[in-house]
Design a protein around this ligand. Structure first.
Ligand SMILES: [Zn+2]
Length: 328
């Protein structure tokens, strides 16, 4: 994955990093990052969203231009973009199927609780909400032109086993918090195109040894035969859907596909899953390439997010083959 490195002047904290994925699906695991940069980042994310969907040429959200922002005033909406966002990340980080670590796999009991919590946050942000037939949670505002192509923002609500609390959750909370500020400013209903936040039900693929069940169903890239994939207890995707009160039929599955022409773009904020930005002292990176995810048997390691100098596969005879997978 390629990543351009940027160094905004206003963000002076140098430890730990965020990445912004544009038109990209994300992948596994997590790392920690400094909460103190969260409110700064969320504020600029908010400006970014507003700029994307606004006809105004100004970056103004509050009536003040960026240069006029006093970080010690309420113009950063600290109650929403810092205190509440941190509180929600912490809360979601405790919604787990395990007692002593974070584990929330596709359609597990904890996933059901996470869906409810996230949906309530979306409603609090003024969004119309629903849960689709693969367990994705949606929150949408139509704005002044409901027929325009929609901007989609989101991330995944499932986790790997013993996950970090920011993996996936950060992208969901960032989106909801940014839109909540637009609502409070009375701007949410005036956005020039629909905005839809999606909390994807499966990205990690831990339970069914797949990946992207939630987003692939919406993209139309997942065949209906995926309903018959079994987990290690021989429960199929279809069984799991029905156990969670979803229809679990081929018809309901195929109806999930979004019309490509209805989507304007996709943005995902994601924690950096490797040491590159942090080691270089950059708080933020913009992803320029797309990371794929393929499950192979063997040692667990994330090929895409670790630089070559720390990766194990450079030491093994199969390095050339491994690298060829990466380059695809
Ligand atoms: Zn992730």
């Amino acid at each position: 994955m390629e990543c351009s490195l940027i160094k905004p002047n206003i963000i002076t904290r140098r430890r730990n990093s965020l990445s912004v994925n544009i038109f990209k699906a994300s992948s596994s695991s997590s790392s920690s990052f400094n909460l103190k940069i969260l409110s700064f980042f969320l504020f600029f994310f908010l400006i970014f969203i507003n700029k994307l969907v606004s006809s105004s040429s100004s970056y103004s959200i509050t009536g003040a231009e960026i240069e006029d922002i006093d970080v010690n005033t309420n113009s950063l909406f600290p109650q929403i973009l810092k205190e509440e966002a941190v509180s929600r990340l912490t809360e979601l980080g405790k919604v787990s199927d395990a007692d002593h670590f974070l584990e929330r796999t596709f359609l597990s009991p904890a996933s059901g609780r996470a869906r409810s919590v996230i949906r309530s946050w979306m409603e609090d942000a003024g969004l119309r909400t629903w849960v689709d037939q693969i367990g994705n949670v949606h929150g949408r505002v139509e704005g002044i032109n409901a027929t325009a192509k929609a901007l989609i923002i989101g991330s995944h609500l499932d986790t790997v086993i013993d996950a970090g609390m920011f993996d996936g959750s950060l992208g969901i909370v960032c989106a909801v918090s940014a839109l909540k500020v637009l609502k409070i400013n009375g701007k949410l209903e005036n956005v020039t195109r629909p905005i839809e936040v999606i909390a994807f039900s499966d990205e990690e693929g831990v339970r069914f040894q797949t990946a992207f069940l939630g987003s692939a169903a919406l993209a139309g890239t997942l065949p209906a035969s995926a309903l018959q994939i079994s987990d290690k207890s021989d429960v199929t995707v279809q069984d799991a859907l029905k156990e969670n009160s979803f229809e679990g039929t081929e018809e309901s599955f195929l109806q999930l596909k979004y019309d490509q022409r209805s989507v304007w773009g996709y943005i995902e904020v994601h924690i950096e899953q490797g040491p590159v930005l942090e080691s270089l002292g950059f708080p933020l990176g913009v992803v320029k390439g797309i990371a794929g995810q393929t499950r192979l048997k063997g040692f667990q390691w994330n090929l895409y997010h670790n630089p070559l100098f720390v990766r194990w596969e450079r030491y093994i005879p199969g390095q050339v083959q491994v690298m060829s997978f990466q380059d695809r």
